[in-house]
Design a protein around this ligand. Structure first.
Ligand code: FES
Length: 56
């Protein structure tokens, strides 16, 4: 599902970024651009990234 409509980022993109070595929400933001425009997706994005880091 799409998390970030501004940047066209899905939850899979976020998980992939964690898989590829990002270990913080900030880092995922830098890698994907998620949450860097309107910011509405930041809350959900952060949660997904937190879960993905936890599952690693
Ligand atoms: Fe992600 Fe706007 S929906 S920055």
């Amino acid at each position: 599902m799409y998390v970030c409509l501004c940047k066209g980022i899905s939850d899979r993109h976020l998980r992939q970024s964690v898989e590829d070595g990002s270990h913080s929400w900030r880092q995922v933001q830098r890698e994907t651009g998620c949450g860097t425009q309107c910011g509405k997706c930041a809350c959900v994005g952060k949660q997904i990234v937190r879960e993905a880091i936890h599952e690693k």
